[in-house]
Design a protein around this ligand. Structure first.
Ligand SMILES: [Zn+2]
Ligand SMILES: [Zn+2]
Length: 60
């Protein structure tokens, strides 16, 4: 299970945990209504390629 940081706005941007630690902590898409806003933490299942909320039960 991986941690991703996602923009919940229209750009649907995703930063991996490494990218986030490297400074990609806010939305970087100027055309997005959430530009400059912090990304939201999500868990990422590499099996089914889906995001879900931290703490949420996931099975695939
Ligand atoms: Zn965005
Ligand atoms: Zn899954």
């Amino acid at each position: 299970m991986e941690i991703h940081y996602v923009c919940t706005g229209s750009c649907h941007g995703i930063a991996t945990e490494e990218q986030w630690k490297g400074g990609a902590k806010t939305c970087g898409a100027k055309s997005c209504e959430l530009f400059g806003k912090p990304l939201a933490k999500r868990m990422f299942c590499s099996k089914c390629k889906k995001h879900f909320n931290p703490g949420e039960k996931h099975s695939c």
